[in-house]
Ligand binder design. Structure first.
Ligand code: ADP
Length: 230
């Protein structure tokens, strides 16, 4: 058994009004796994993702990511942990439009204390690997949605995170670009990257993950691993 990258134990999280967003969720994701989190709107997917990313704290239970109890960290420590160990990819890319593609990718490395030259080298290597090197000096606004998402994935990987966490990464893309991003995530996982993808997109879940965790009303209603596990 490989090391757990994510361990949630009996995690509950509620908001002032309404029923709990997550109830008694226990979940382990191990190094090298690719997991899709599926569920209807309002089932708790974003809440789960925010807890794993350390952007939110549970009311009860513990959240451990790459060996660190993120539920017990203060805001600054949590931000440092996230920057170093968790790569985040969002539906709408969240690139900075007034920075070039390269500078978008370099920024989190610089914030994590990597020197300018090493950060630039790492960015160039990733942009090349993700097939967007020709856009290195362009501004994100000039790129297609699929290309922007590739840049966002490069940015997420720049600090060699233990975990790549993607929230509806194909939600704003056309079918072909979505498949392209799915293939990219599959490739990264095949190279060993632990991956959690929150999505409505069943085709994406099928293409790039073998394990599916299904949320309904804040509870884990299913956790299945497809046959023919790699
Ligand atoms: P999903 O991502 O699956 O759509 P969410 O985690 O966003 O689900 O939401 C789960 C439940 O928690 C929903 O009932 C939602 O209305 C509620 N919720 C989420 N965020 C907040 C918030 N900041 N304040 C109040 N209620 C929230």
């Amino acid at each position: 058994m490989t090391t757990p990258v994510i361990e949630l134990r009996d995690v509950s999280r509620g908001y002032d009004d309404g029923p709990p967003a997550l109830r008694d969720v226990t979940l382990t994701v191990r190094e090298g796994e690719a997991v899709a989190v599926l569920g209807p709107s309002g089932s708790g997917k974003s809440t789960l993702l925010n807890l794993i990313a350390g952007l939110d704290r549970p009311d009860r239970g513990t959240v451990t990511v790459d060996g660190v109890r993120v539920d017990a960290l203060g805001e600054a420590a949590s931000a440092r942990h996230r920057r170093a160990r968790v790569g985040l990819v969002f539906q709408f890319f969240n690139l900075l439009d007034d920075l070039t593609v390269t500078d978008n990718v370099v920024l989190p490395a610089r914030l994590a204390g990597t020197n300018r030259r090493a950060a630039a080298e790492r960015a160039a290597e990733l942009l090349d690997r993700l097939g967007v090197a020709r856009h290195a000096d362009a501004y994100p606004g000039r790129l297609s949605g699929g290309e922007r998402q590739r840049v966002a994935v490069a940015r997420a990987l720049v600090n060699r995170p233990a975990l790549l966490l993607a929230d509806e990464p194909t939600g704003a893309l056309d079918t072909a670009s979505g498949q392209d991003v799915g293939a990219l995530l599959t490739e990264l996982n095949a190279a060993g990257q632990t991956l959690v993808v929150v999505t409505h997109d069943l085709a994406l879940a099928r293409s790039c993950t073998r394990r599916t965790v299904r949320l309904v009303d804040g509870r884990i209603a299913g956790d299945e691993t497809a046959e023919g596990a790699r």
